[in-house]
Design a protein around this ligand. Structure first.
Ligand SMILES: Nc1ncnc2c1ncn2[C@@H]1O[C@H](COP(=O)(O)OP(=O)(O)OP(=O)(O)O)[C@@H](O)[C@H]1O
Ligand SMILES: CC(C)(CO)[C@@H](O)C(=O)NCCC(=O)O
Length: 408
């Protein structure tokens, strides 16, 4: 489902929109923007929401607090013109930083990350008159992940044997962790703190590989169709299992059961079948399992390399898909003998865009995380993070209710 302007969106145009950030990837463009319902009330000030600003040298007078929603929208990069139309129709391009000293044509500066911030800079200038202010992709991913993990309640969860369990994140015990962003390609980042990280590995066998090969092998027209097919398939039809090689037996000595995949797609060698003789469902299932297993294994090896116990998986490949998450989790559990844990994020695909959004902090937004956290603490009288109350399915387009502090 791609974004289209509906009545709801048009209504939102009436709200005050501030700050738009983009993550333009190899396959998908992710957009995050904030729309406010109202400015902060006197009560909010009494409740201490502005306390830090008031106490801070320079005071709070330069800032106002807005309550509203962070919106998440995505488009396919190959349909970048639809994205540009969307931004234009909602007038989002007016909501970056204003460079008052610049000539009129260069006034709107929008934070953007991902390779497309470089590749499409001229297109955005030409079509929307905006300058893309490039934010490093890796630091955006890390900033986005840290923000979600610290500020958004019920953001991280484990998924194993069909069981989803939300994980309460202890802020003091968050670092270090491994962030595995599965986009078109895969980046693995060791995160040690706010803006403290190192990209320790990567693999080109990622979401683009699954979608690209899947498209060729099954003739699927959309990524979701391919995922749906995979749900209905049986990988044992094409994958060669240990039991296929060992006459139905386990290879106990090295810890392999008869049902372990010995060779992904391996049965196709001896089956004497053409592609058409396989069900597309089974092909899709084997492919998803192969890619997910491989990512899980490389992630685990990197966690082992640095002694990391928690691995957070993000990127749009995950897509909240049960079988993908299950395969990755089982892989990490199997190889680490239960020592390491795979965790997933509800806003998995928007880490980079959120990180770019957070980078307005220096100029306009300040302490978004804290404001979001404080909103809940004033509501629920505890110091935990907010319940993100995501309205729609964040797999596609959605929003988080929150409070942000912006420069006047
Ligand atoms: N609607 C969709 N269309 C295309 N791919 C999708 C869709 N939904 C999920 N995906 C998966 O998500 C992947 C892209 O994920 P993501 O947006 O995180 O990466 P990207 O930013 O485009 O890539 P990169 O970071 O490598 O430049 C695709 O390769 C595909 O596996
Ligand atoms: C090139 C990027 C960082 C672009 O997002 C991503 O697609 C990626 O991490 N690819 C894997 C490249 C590699 O490390 O082999």
């Amino acid at each position: 489902m791609e974004a289209k302007l509906g009545e709801k969106e048009l209504k939102e145009c009436e709200n005050e929109v501030s700050h738009l950030a983009l993550d333009i990837g190899g396959t998908l463009i992710k957009i995050v923007y904030f729309s406010s319902n109202s400015s902060c009330s006197h009560d909010d000030q009494k409740n201490g929401l502005l306390k830090d600003r008031i106490d801070a040298p320079g005071g709070s007078l330069n800032y106002k607090v807005l309550t509203g929603r962070l919106h998440f929208v995505k488009f396919e990069t190959r349909k970048i013109n639809e994205c540009i139309k969307f931004i234009s129709s909602k007038h989002l391009h007016h909501y970056g930083d204003q460079d008052d000293g610049a000539p009129a044509s260069d006034k709107n500066i929008i934070k953007a990350t991902g390779g497309g911030a470089f590749k499409f800079a001229d297109l955005f200038k030409e079509k929307l008159g905006i300058i893309l202010d490039k934010v490093d992709e890796m630091s955006s991913l890390v900033a986005g992940a840290n923000f979600l993990l610290k500020a958004v309640h019920r953001e991280a969860f484990t998924y194993m044997d069909g069981q989803k369990e939300y994980v309460q994140i202890d802020h003091k015990d968050l670092y270090p962790y491994l962030l595995v962003n599965v986009g078109s390609g895969v980046s693995m980042i060791k995160v040690d703190g706010d803006n403290k990280f190192e990209r320790v590995s990567g693999t080109s066998v990622g979401g683009g590989t699954f979608w690209g090969l899947g498209k060729l092998l099954t003739k699927c027209k959309s990524f979701d169709e391919l995922l749906e097919l995979s749900r209905q398939g049986n990988n044992r039809v094409i994958d060669m299992l240990v039991g296929d090689i060992y006459g139905g037996m386990d290879y106990t000595k090295i810890g392999l059961t008869s049902t372990t995949i010995a060779s992904s797609f391996g049965k196709a060698v001896s089956d004497n079948k053409e592609l058409d003789n396989y069900r597309a469902e089974d092909v899709a299932r084997s492919l998803l399992r192969m890619i997910s297993n491989n990512i899980g294994q490389i992630a685990y090896l990197n966690a082992l390399r640095f002694g990391l116990k928690r691995i957070f998986f993000g990127g749009f490949f995950i897509r909240g898909h049960e079988y993908t998450m299950d395969t990755i989790s089982v892989g990490v559990h199997f190889w680490s003998k239960g020592e390491a844990k795979a965790l997933f994020l509800r806003h998995e695909g928007f880490l980079g865009a959120l990180g770019a959004f957070m980078s307005y902090e220096k100029n306009g937004f300040t302490d978004v995380t804290r404001e979001v956290t404080e909103q809940q603490s004033s509501k629920a009288k505890n110091s935990g993070p907010i319940d993100s109350s995501t309205r729609d399915d964040v797999k596609d387009n959605g929003c988080i209710e929150c409070r942000v502090q912006v420069r006047r």
